[in-house]
Design a protein around this ligand. Sequence first.
Ligand SMILES: CC(C)(COP(=O)(O)OP(=O)(O)OC[C@H]1O[C@@H](n2cnc3c(N)ncnc32)[C@H](O)[C@@H]1OP(=O)(O)O)[C@@H](O)C(=O)NCCC(=O)NCCS
Length: 180
Amino acid sequence: MSVIDATKTLPTVRRLERVSAAEIRGLAELLIDCVAGGASVSFMHPLSAEKAAAFWTRVAEEVAAGGRALFVAEDEQGIVGTVQLVLDLPENQPHRADLAKMLVHRRARRQGLGAALMRAAEATARECGKTLLVLDAVTDGDAARLYERLGWVRVGDIPNYALMPDGRPCGTTYFYRQLS
Ligand SMILES: CC(C)(COP(=O)(O)OP(=O)(O)OC[C@H]1O[C@@H](n2cnc3c(N)ncnc32)[C@H](O)[C@@H]1OP(=O)(O)O)[C@@H](O)C(=O)NCCC(=O)NCCS
């Protein structure tokens, strides 16, 4: 059972409307930490700084174009958590968004930041008129447990969907959340 430390202050989660070069570097460092820690989030280990920055540069372009909402949380060392809402979906799904790339640095885990990032993303999704969110996560991993705890509905598992950063196969689980 988790012991809640009420004395710890969580970093504030904020939405970035524009992503600076320094923020791209911070997001790249966060992604590299998560991959090095064994998270299956599209990349293999070791993830280079160049490849990570290229990924966040593409995200930044979509943020600037309004197709994605990007959230970050910072501590005294830099960006420590992030999550995205993919808002730009096909025209027959205007009520829906995908939740993507929920990342919390290993130095800040198990303090409630993942849950705080999710609350911020869901609040913005509601403001944007979205009533349905969808995501996928490694089957039975830390993230899947977080989503179930936060009320997301588990749809089903696909075995051998992707690779862990070290090359081992892993399954994925799809979740949805009705916001209405
Ligand atoms: C999944 C992930 C985002 C969770 O982030 P997090 O900030 O640790 O999430 P939370 O702190 O909200 O919850 C995690 C756990 O800490 C516990 N916790 C929360 N606040 C706490 C506190 N103050 N004291 C002690 N425990 C606490 C929660 O109850 C939860 O426990 P559980 O895992 O036993 O269910 C993080 O582990 C991560 O970035 N993983 C790597 C990347 C990844 O896999 N992303 C998902 C892509 S789909």
